[in-house]
Design a protein around this ligand. Sequence first.
Ligand SMILES: *[C@@H]1O[C@H](CO)[C@@H](O)[C@H](O)[C@H]1NC(C)=O
Ligand SMILES: *[C@@H]1O[C@H](CO)[C@@H](O)[C@H](O)[C@H]1NC(C)=O
Length: 483
Amino acid sequence: MLVTMPSQRQVLSILACLSTFFLLLTLFRHDDVYTKIPGLGKSKGDAKAPDQDKKPPPPRRYKPKPEYIPPPIKDNFPLLSTSLKAPPIPKWNVPRANLHKEYDLPIAPPLLIGFSRTWPILLQAVVSYLTAGWPADQIYVVENTGVQQANARGQLTLQNPFYLNHTILNALGVNIIQTPTLLSFAQLQNFYLSLTYSHDWPYYFWSHMDVLVLSYEDGHELTPKYHEEGYKPLYELALKALRDARRNDPHWATRFFSYDHLTAVNPAAYEDVGGWDTMIPYYITDCDMHSRLLMRNWTMEDVRAGIITDVSTSLDDLVALYRVDGVEPKFTDPNPPPPKKEGEDGKRLRRDMVDMVTKRDAVKVTKRVPPSGMLDKRDRAKVYRSSDEDENLRRWRKLLSTADSMFHYKHGARGRNTWQTGQRGGQGEPFYYDAAGLAEAIDLTTENGKEIFRRKWGHRDCDLRSGAGLQFDDQWLVEKDWE
Ligand SMILES: *[C@@H]1O[C@H](CO)[C@@H](O)[C@H](O)[C@H]1NC(C)=O
Ligand SMILES: *[C@@H]1O[C@H](CO)[C@@H](O)[C@H](O)[C@H]1NC(C)=O
């Protein structure tokens, strides 16, 4: 519909009419005002509440209560919470002082681990990096909870999804950085980039929090065995991969360890493509980012430094990672599924794997190795055949096979992201937010991000270069390529 703009004269006459109208209205109501002031006219009770004439609101209808509530989560490192002192890490994984200098690295590389919810899973990731040799003072837990100072002040309780214990992380010697507000995944990645400016970091590593890492203590054909000369734990192999990237490849953007479960980043590459697109907040934002890096000829290679397993559960007692005598690794789901209904089974593994593989293929990482978190048949045979070795390797193999079961549990029986909704407590605590509501809101935001991706590239899938032949400057400029 077309609306013609009124001329100046018309505007003026409309304004004049309106002012006269309001003037009359004020005069007319003047009397009325006095009668409503208590003691001057009629009593206050006669004044009608603004919506007294309206119908009463319909009764509130609450959603049905969940049929099943998972049991409360448990402390997975009781020794640390009582004594505030962790056992020593396995001595063969203790890094030599200033190890990074042996690898021509100007600064000791930081490792950023973002945390939004589910404390036991984070604590497990941190402890597994420590026991795989990553120096504590180079680990930065990035608290991205949106609860302001509530955790720093110790105001939340264990059952609150956003609970994070600063005292315990300090006792482990790791750093904590707090985001000023709850950031999406893509925003968090750009926040990491911003830290490189404030800290003068020429590179950094970042890791997902839902991982359990182990060094190749059996050698794995990548390093001598743990008790042999020249053995390199995960941290040292990561340093080596970073050195090689810097030395041999001026166009390196990332080095992936087990897809992006652990990633080394070259900030110059991120900067060159304008960082992550925060309008695509969660899933598929990696397709967007990684495609743009490749479109500008930055390299992304898969490398190996250790066994990095994608998990949704925690070991019952993290002291197992320190190889404390008498503690066998076991795990429990912090958010066990409701009792099974008929007709449900574990078909999820295949779909998840297909997801992961198509995404990886679409982006075409410059150099490919299979993700180390999934043991292939050969690996598994080796892992379970362990009679020939000493007690330390036996314990390590037990940890590895437990991690492998945790991986299969996550991708098979249980489903990938259920770990994020295990804790349901915290009602009445500062910055309380309904756990199921948050999960639903993030799902919606994710869906919206996928639509933005489709409109940005005119293409529905991750294969922006190989499938659609798109180039860096095509963003937001092409029509959709499907009907
Ligand atoms: C954090 O852990 C310490 C050590 O176990 C404990 O004393 C403290 O109460 C915990 N903080 C909160 C908020 O639970
Ligand atoms: C990337 O490399 C290709 C092939 O060498 C070249 O044609 C293209 O111009 C390069 N693109 C950029 C953005 O440097």
